[in-house]
Every structure is written in C-alpha cells, then in structure tokens.
Ligand binder design. Structure first.
Ligand code: DON
Length: 564
C-alpha cells in the first residue's frame, strides 16, 4: 500500500514536471479471463491460443507457438536454432527444458582464431561455420511427450497451413529484411527467398518449410535428427563449408533442467539455469538490490539507475568467469546466489561515485567439485504457465538459409568465448568456462522467467536482446513489483543496461530525464544513448488481483497478446 501511495505521488509529480514520455498512466494490455499467449507475431499468438481453445494445455500451445514463430517470424523463430522453456504447472510443480544448440563433434577450442591467435572476423557469426547443432525440434517433441495432451497432428496442422498460406510482411519486417539483405549473398551460394524486395502487406509463402514440417509430423522428431531432413541438412551445411555431420544431429538431445529459484521480497522467482546465465544473474542482481528501498528512489531515478547498474556490473563480471555448460564445468551456483556473498559483492558500493569496471573482477568463490531471439509467454485455462525464449542468435542467425528445407540456421557458436577476454557480438567477455568443446552448449543470456506471489502464479515473462535480456527481464519485474505498473506499462517503460564491460550504461534514446543523465555522468558513469538501441523486447503475462490475466506485448516489435 505504502508503495502504491508513493508511486501515485511520483506519477502526479511526473505528470507535472517530467518532460519524458516514459509513464503512460493506467495503460493496460489485453485483459482476459481464462488464457493468453503473447508472442512476437499475431499469427503465432493466434495459433497458440486456438490450441488452448481446442482444450490443449500450455505445453501443447508452446509447441504450436514455437513452430508458428518459425514460420511467421524467421528473424528469430526457428527450426535451425534452439532455446529454453521454464514452466509452472497449476499444482505448483516447476521445471525447465534446455534445447540449446551444441558445438559439433569436429569443433575445436581455437576454431575461430587465426595462426597468430586472433579472432577471425565474422567466422563465428556469418555462414556455415557459425552454426551450432539445432535443438528446437528435439525440445518441442520432448515437451509434447512429457507434458502435452493433444495429438501432435492437431498441434502441427495449423502451423503447416500457415506455412503454405504464407505470412503478411509488416512494416517492421520490411525494414529488417532490407537491413540484413546485403549479408544473405555472403552466406549463401544461391539466391534465397529473402533476397527479393519484400514490401509491407506482401505475403511470403513457405512451401519448403511446410513440407519439412509435414515430414516431421509423419515421422516424428527423428525425421529432423536421423531422417531425410537430417541428411539434407548435414549435406547442405557441409557444402557451404560447415562441419556439422549426420552424427552430430543423431546425437542431439534436449535436456530437462532444474530451474534457478530465489525470493525477492514476497516474490518467488523461477528462472532458467545454466547453460543459460539468466537465472543466476537475475538472482545475483536482485539479491544485491533487495535490501535497498528502490521504490522510494523512484522509477529510472538517478539512485535507482545507480543501484541497479552497480549490481549488474558485479553480476556480469561473475557471469563471464564462472558460467558455462553445467555438463562440462562446475558452477558454484549456490555460492554465487548466496545472500552473504551478494552482500559482500556490494560492500564497496556507494552512491557517491561510480565503481569502475576495471576495479571489479569476478568474486572470490571457491569452486566445490562434485553458458536474435524471441520470447513468448503462455497461461492456459487449467492454470499452467510457460515462459519460452528461442533464438537463431543474430538476426536471421548465420544468414545461411537452407532453401530445400525452408529455414535459416543459427550462428549460436558466437555465444562461446572464442578467445578468453575477446568480446562476442554482444560485447560479452568469456573465459575458460565458456570455451569451445565438442558437444558443449554455449552460454546463453536467455532468461525465461515465472514469478510466484503467495504461492500462486503471478507473472510469466522473457525477452530477446542478447546480453540485455537479463536486465530487461529484471526491470520489467521491478516495474510491476516496485513501481506498481501494469504489465503493459512495465513492458513499455524505457530501459537501461550495464554489463560490466564495456563500462557504460546503455539507455534507450530520448527516454531518460536529461538532468538524471547529467548527474550520473558527474558521478563517473559513461552513458551511451546516441545509438537507437533497443534494450529487450519483452512479452509477459501478469495475473491480476481478480485472477484475470493482463498481457504485456512489447510495442518495440510486432508483438501481440491473444487470449480469451
Ligand atoms: O543465447 C543468447 O544469449 C543469445 N544467443 C541471444 C540472442 C538474442 O537475444 C538476439 N536478440 N536480439
């Protein structure tokens, strides 16, 4: 209540004095009674929602939405990539699945370095050498087998129909295709469908993808990993200079993981565990800021930005040193998210001046023996919820497009640390824990997250955005919990991001108070707002006090909530 009053006063004050447009008072997203799907494209949200209307559960809808995104949102939705899903069943059971890509068997630690040990530009990002072994089909089939309820035919048929019928190009999609078009011929030996000039309102049809999906429907998961599709895919990648073999595909398996859980005030946060760094980093940042009266500082105020930045700085420093694929490295998870450790990490924090990243390293934790994207959130009429983030890594992945099969291949290999200390495409620095090893999964920032309050489902959310994923999820949760925003306001609110290195706070342009920025600069913070950076593109669902659902679909994309 106290927070509500303070927030209301802040809103009135802001309405009078703030020149920024950051708070759209009382703007709520779609509100529904029974169920909801929020994803990057209306076509995918509708297909997922239709599955729920047919009596399917959140897991059936997850399979449908994931594959519908592969058709409707080729920028990130995929058959040639991978992802993570966190779930909470109506009875409170929680779990997570990792369908992250793997390094091929022929991968080597130095595969992206030249003879002098320098990183070869573009080798881990563009073309067939950048591709990791895809996990999406294994992931969705595993989810369906363990948790689904409808026959796979009922789930896949509308997706296949969409691929045949085609998808209408949006304004944003037209711009994206145009922007990346110069790169497509660099990765592909023959022209691809996206080389054409596509205009808003045109329809792109995907008959090859429809046929691939039909074969997968007929022969099951193994069609992708051992069947005709596998042979076509391995041959195609090798013909283009890559190293993925039929053996790599045959060996791929999705893995059930235990999510990271922690509390923040009266919230219980359930998020993705390694090889995704999201859950651990979120736990660290939230643990470091929990004991400060953030709501009193005010949303995007100087003190709030300082506190969150300093916690992010320290968490990302730990990320770069300790995190990698848990099947290959020992990660001191409990120690890293231990309250006393997190307090000690913030011991040198002061509001008087910025800590310099050069003075921050990973914390001292003893290792006890014993890692372009899209997110969607779903709640079903039975009370089950999922949060899933899936990716090709960069926009259209490696840009390598298998026309015969109808999909792009990822460039997820860039998420490994090609060389200790050398930044990847998101500027993230890695170390030995995230070095390349055959069959290892590359560290991810993906943070599909579910929040409970009073032991009940409260929120499901996530976002793309590379290294900014973790901080975008963080700010959205805080916007609802600390600053009492609606889900849609929380998603809309301007975001900022710090990741230890480079030592700068990225802020969304023209969205932050100038005097706040000036004050931060005077305290030693370097602010980067000149580029038109998008920090995350969050999709989420909030359970309201009356048990209805509110969707938050990010205006930064074509994201849409559909429900009933
Ligand atoms: O797994 C990761 O952290 C990255 N491959 C995610 C890439 C991403 O979010 C790109 N979207 N803007």
């Amino acid at each position: 209540m106290r927070k509500k009053i303070i927030y209301s006063i802040a809103l009135i004050y802001c309405a009078i004095s703030c020149k920024t447009t950051e708070l759209k008072v009382n703007k709520s997203g779609l509100i529904t009674q029974h169920a909801m799907v929020v994803s990057a494209r209306v076509e995918a949200s509708k297909i997922g929602n239709d599955i729920l209307k047919k009596g399917g559960n959140a897991f059936d809808a997850m399979v449908a939405t994931e594959l519908a995104l592969a058709v409707a949102y080729p920028y990130a939705g995929n058959l040639g990539g991978g992802g993570f899903m966190v779930y909470r069943k109506a009875n409170g059971d929680i779990g997570a699945i990792d369908y992250r890509e793997k390094a091929p068997l022929a991968a080597t630690k130095d595969m992206y370095l030249d003879e002098s040990g320098l990183v070869i530009p573009n080798k881990s990002t563009l073309g067939a050498m950048a591709v990791g072994v895809p996990g999406t089909i294994a992931g969705v089939f595993e989810v369906h087998e363990k948790l689904g309820s409808l026959p796979i035919e009922v789930i896949l048929r509308p997706v296949i129909e969409l691929a045949y019928k085609g998808v209408v190009v949006t304004e944003k999609q037209e711009k994206r295709i145009k922007k990346y078009q110069p790169l497509f011929p660099k990765a592909n030996k023959t022209p691809i469908v996206f080389d054409k000039v596509w205009k808003t309102h045109d329809t792109i049809k995907y008959p090859a993808l429809a046929k691939t999906l039909e074969r997968i429907l007929k022969y099951g998961r193994d069609e992708f990993y051992k069947g005709k599709t596998a042979h076509t895919l391995a041959r195609f990648i090798q013909q283009n200079g890559g190293i993925i073999t039929t053996e790599d595909l045959a060996k791929y398996e999705a893995k059930w993981r235990t999510p990271i859980t922690f509390t923040y005030d009266d919230l219980k946060i359930i998020s993705m565990s390694p090889p995704a760094s999201g859950g651990i980093c979120l736990a660290q940042i939230m643990g470091m800021i929990e004991h400060y009266p953030l709501h009193r500082y005010g949303h995007n105020s100087q003190k709030a930005i300082q506190l969150i930045t300093e916690a992010e700085r320290r968490a990302y420093a730990d990320r770069s040193f300790y995190l990698g694929d848990p099947d290959f490295v020992d990660i001191p998870i409990n120690k890293l998210i231990d309250n006393n450790y997190l307090k000690s990490r913030m011991a040198d924090f002061t509001f008087k001046e910025a800590t310099l990243s050069t003075q921050v390293s990973h914390g001292d934790v003893q290792i006890i023996e014993s890692d372009e994207t899209t997110h969607y959130s779903i709640v079903d009429p039975f009370g089950n919820a999922i949060a899933a983030t899936t990716t090709l890594n960069g926009a259209y992945g490696s840009k390598l497009y298998c026309s015969e099969l109808g999909f792009f291949l990822n460039n997820e290999m860039d998420d490994f640390s090609s060389k200790t200390g050398a930044p990847n495409m998101f500027g993230l620095i890695g170390a030995e824990a995230n070095s390349i090893v055959p069959e290892k999964r590359m560290l991810s920032s993906m943070t599909p997250t579910i929040v409970e309050k009073d032991n009940k489902l409260y929120m499901t959310l996530g976002t793309p955005g590379g290294s900014t994923i973790i901080t975008s999820v963080l700010q959205t949760i805080l916007n609802v919990h600390e600053f009492n925003m609606t889900m849609q306001e929380a998603v809309n609110a301007p975001r900022f991001h710090h990741q230890w290195l480079p030592d700068e706070i990225k802020v969304e342009p023209k969205a932050f108070n100038k005097s706040t920025i000036n004050k931060l600069e005077s305290l030693g913070y370097s602010i980067r707002e000149e580029e038109s950076v998008i920090i995350g593109k969050v999709d989420g669902i909030l359970v309201l006090d009356d048990n209805r659902y509110e969707g938050g679909a990010d205006y930064r994309g074509d994201d849409t909530a559909v429900g009933f």
